[in-house]
Ligand binder design. Structure first.
Ligand SMILES: [Zn+2]
Length: 154
């Protein structure tokens, strides 16, 4: 009876440990992907045209700016088109270079290149493959350990 209880506790501890490991790998892979994205975005020449909601001046901002500042406050504007909601423009909370006020600046998404389309094709593949391989390895290791731990412990 006691051995069964101990086995159960070991299994729970192993499962929790591996769940944390899987989440940690997920987080590290995402961070690496983001840092790579940030590094590559420095070479981007494309700019976005934004319009200040206070003085209505249009100004240019490099697309890389949005990748380097992922926590900018933003508001999405969608238009309903035959049951489908389409994202037409996005507002960012920025300091206008003309009137120097921190305000909402709108970015027209319909007539502009998307950030993702500008990035080197397939850059995410390398990260995705590494992520899947790592998670698979951890999972296989977990299954093996669940089968074998009793041999070592009991
Ligand atoms: Zn302004």
């Amino acid at each position: 009876m006691e051995i069964l209880q101990l086995q159960f506790q070991v299994e729970i501890a192993l499962t929790i440990g591996f769940a944390i490991l899987i989440l940690l790998i997920m987080f590290i892979c995402f961070l690496q992907f983001y840092l790579d994205l940030r590094k590559q975005s420095k070479d981007l020449l494309e700019t976005a045209t934004l319009e200040c909601s206070q003085c209505h001046t249009s100004f240019q901002l490099p697309l890389a700016y949005f990748i380097q500042h992922p926590f900018l406050l933003k508001k999405d504007k969608r238009i309903q088109l035959g049951g489908i909601k389409r994202l037409t423009s996005r507002q960012y909370h920025l300091t206008c270079p003309k009137c120097h006020r921190k305000t909402w600046c709108s970015y027209d998404l319909e007539n502009s290149t998307s950030i993702l389309a500008c990035l080197r094709k397939g850059m995410w593949k390398k990260h995705l493959i590494r992520f899947v391989l790592l998670e698979c390895a951890v999972f296989i290791f977990y299954i093996l350990l669940m089968q074998l731990y009793s041999v070592f412990l009991f």
